[in-house]
Design a protein around this ligand. Structure first.
Ligand SMILES: Nc1ncnc2c1ncn2[C@@H]1O[C@H](COP(=O)(O)OP(=O)(O)OP(=O)(O)O)[C@@H](O)[C@H]1O
Length: 328
């Protein structure tokens, strides 16, 4: 994949406050890139620079190879921005709101009409076409704002905290919408604190803190490299006591837990009884993929019957805490 966004030593100061500190970021074309960081990490600052709303103190940022500082007008044609707050114009109807921005982009009247219809359909707001913007729910306003950011058919969509303040249903709708946009060939950069939300909808993530990029790459790759070791979930239908015995003495099993077991439980050390099963065991496993295959074969050869044997996916929340340990 070629990079649509590239920053090189991007730095921004507000007085003595270093908001971005030599940030080197790459977003491949076609990616949904999740930009994760705690409050004040520098997410909005980065996004404002990429949308040409803010100048960097030093360093370079390019969209499709075009410099945001040298050719801002050309960059603006490529980028759609949805800020973390919804603009005013409350008295306008939904279609008028889009029409207003369409005029600002000098889109001819006839094309504008058609485009407004298409965009309202895309964000599922056709039924609100003639409703005043102020009567829309927060989720609907977000979607209208997203439609607005797409009026000029940008290649890159930059969405600042689009999931904040949305109820779970509106979040799912947003996620579906992002998938659709990706299928349309858009590259999307999205910021959030809601890490587990991003894991499901992003192809790539970058973790930023205090203006520095701590980790970046494909979601699966980050999950793999950032996790110290894998947790294997094993559901045992019969032979649980034998399974536990074998796992406890296995060199690659660093720790073994019974799912649902309480640490203070009296019978924690009593052998597992198949009558009360099936039992789920969680093994903290330090071996590689090959060793994992061997482990399964060994359990089966020992007569243990297993209905489920899988690596826990681990979520971004864990990784985020791991990467930013003690610094947040
Ligand atoms: N206009 C400004 N003037 C002075 N300092 C600013 C300004 N905008 C941002 N900052 C500072 O720059 C740093 C980065 O802020 P930024 O808004 O980019 O972070 P963020 O990751 O988007 O945070 P949040 O998740 O809270 O929106 C913070 O320390 C913030 O206080």
């Amino acid at each position: 994949m070629t990079a649509l966004v590239e920053t090189h030593d991007l730095t921004r100061r507000y007085g003595s406050n270093l908001a971005l500190d030599h940030l080197n970021l790459t977003i491949p074309e076609g990616a949904i890139f999740g930009f994760i960081g705690p409050n004040g990490a520098g997410k909005t600052t980065t996004m404002r620079i990429l949308t040409t709303l803010l100048a960097p103190t030093s360093g370079e940022a390019r969209v499709a190879g075009i410099s945001v500082t040298r050719e801002p007008r050309a960059v603006r044609r490529l980028v759609g921005f949805m800020p973390d707050f919804f603009g005013v114009y409350d008295n306008m109807k939904s279609w008028e709101y889009l029409d207003f921005f369409g005029r600002a982009y000098s889109i001819p009247a006839q094309r504008r009409q058609q485009l407004i219809g298409e965009l309202l359909a895309l964000v599922d707001l056709e039924h609100k076409r003639d409703e005043p913007v102020m009567s829309l729910s927060r989720g609907m306003k977000q979607r209208l704002s997203l439609a607005r950011s797409m009026m000029h058919d940008p290649r890159l969509l930059i969405l600042d905290e689009p999931a904040s303040g949305l109820d779970p249903r509106a979040r799912i709708e947003l996620r579906e919408l992002l998938k659709e946009l990706r299928a349309m060939g858009k590259t999307i950069m999205i910021s959030s604190h809601i890490l587990s939300e991003l894991a499901e909808m992003c192809t790539h993530i970058g973790i930023i803190e205090r203006g520095k990029l701590l980790a970046a790459g494909e979601v699966q790759e980050i999950l793999r490299t950032m996790r110290p070791h894998r947790i294997v979930e094993i559901r045992v239908v019969s032979g649980a006591a034998r399974a536990e015995e074998l796992l406890r003495t296995h060199a690659d099993v660093l720790e073994l837990r019974r799912e649902g077991a309480r640490a203070e439980s009296d019978d924690e050390n009593a052998p597992l009884d198949d009558e009360t099963g099936p039992h789920t065991l969680l093994a903290d496993f330090a071996g590689d993929e090959h060793a994992l295959g061997e482990l399964l074969a060994m359990l089966i050869a020992a007569g243990v019957r297993i209905s489920h044997f899988a690596e826990q996916s681990g979520d971004l929340e864990d990784i985020f805490l791991h990467v930013t340990k003690g610094v947040v």
